[in-house]
Design a protein around this ligand. Structure first.
Ligand SMILES: [Zn+2]
Length: 71
């Protein structure tokens, strides 16, 4: 049996951007490695004025995972 969850976003291993399952190339950084193991979604609307964007090192609006990997 697979423990794979359906309908869960996948996180880019490079920039932590969350994409729809099945995405091949990260729209934010162009990375091609993704993981389903992530936790804590944050939506960045205005990266220039967002503390969390600075902490995550994000400079594009979008959905991001706070943490990658299983806990
Ligand atoms: Zn990325």
């Amino acid at each position: 049996m697979s423990s794979r969850k359906k309908g869960v976003f996948i996180a880019c291993k490079k920039c932590k951007a969350l994409s729809e399952p099945g995405t091949q190339v990260c729209p934010v950084c162009g990375g091609t490695e993704f993981t389903e193991e992530w936790s804590g979604m944050v939506i960045i609307i205005d990266p220039e004025n967002s503390q969390i964007a600075k902490i995550l090192g994000v400079n594009k609006p979008g959905r991001y995972a706070i943490k990658l990997g299983s806990t």
